[in-house]
Design a protein around this ligand. Structure first.
Ligand code: NI
Length: 252
């Protein structure tokens, strides 16, 4: 169930029996020469839509711009400041709690969002603890889950990509988007990148990032990505995330 495709009486009906919602959160940032700029938003979005259909869970609109300051050296990348993302997440949670949602499961596609989301959750809990949240707001719980977590995903990555997985523009995330968007994948896919495996290193500001990682990748060879492997990642992630969502929603 996609919130954007519901009429408000349908949301009312959903809330009679359910108070959970999945919020895909990603980023709009370069993913090397063979990856979509939307990769980090597209991955959780396609997974969430499938989970929503299978479990009849409400799926919020994707937060498709995240904290990606280090990618601004590449054309097309967009960032929110950490404080902007924190404020945005708090406003979204507070909007939805007004209607009766109280379990927020953020399905994340971008490592750079994690610190800001954790900070947003602390802000929300602080409002409750300090009594500034208002008497009508339910006790809220929030969770962030990265789509690539879990033994099944790691197993697929190790089997097909081994030391070519990397940590940015990873072979796995590129494969998942190639599965989701095969026509666009045919346009941007390349057979070989140089160097084959990108360098690794630390992340600081945007100019430094461009100097350390000239084509945008970190430690990866995403030319190994295929739609077929992407489908295996899709199935494994949908199964794993579905289980984690159900545990979250039923936990005491
Ligand atoms: Ni990514």
């Amino acid at each position: 169930m996609r919130l954007q495709m519901c009429a408000w009486p349908e949301v009312d009906a959903y809330l009679k029996d359910n108070t959970g919602i999945i919020i895909p959160v990603g980023s709009t940032e370069q993913h090397g020469p063979t990856g979509f700029i939307g990769t980090d938003a597209l991955c959780p979005e396609i997974l969430a839509n499938e989970i929503g259909d299978r479990l009849s869970v409400m799926i919020a609109p994707t937060i498709s711009i995240g904290m990606a300051q280090h990618h601004l050296g590449f054309s097309g990348s967009i960032t929110l400041r950490p404080t902007t993302l924190i404020a945005m997440v708090c406003d979204i949670i507070n909007s939805l709690t007004r209607h009766g949602f109280d379990r927020f499961f953020f399905l994340n596609g971008h490592g750079g969002n994690i610190a800001s989301l954790d900070a947003a959750f602390s802000e929300i809990y602080s409002e409750t603890s300090l009594g500034t949240a208002g008497v009508n707001r339910p006790a809220v719980r929030c969770k962030i889950e990265n789509w690539w977590n879990g033994d099944a995903i790691k197993g697929i990555s190790e089997k097909y990509f081994a030391d070519s997985e990397g940590s940015h523009a990873t072979a796995s995330e590129v494969a998942l988007t190639y599965y989701g968007f095969p026509d666009d994948a045919a346009r941007i896919k390349q057979e070989r990148l140089s160097p084959r495996i990108a360098p690794e290193g630390s992340i600081y500001d945007a100019d430094d990032y461009r100097w350390r990682f000239p084509d945008g990748r970190i430690g990866s060879d995403p030319t190994l990505a295929t739609a077929e492997i992407g489908q295996k990642l899709f199935e494994a992630s949908v199964a794993g995330i579905s289980k984690k969502y159900q545990e979250f929603i039923t936990a005491k």
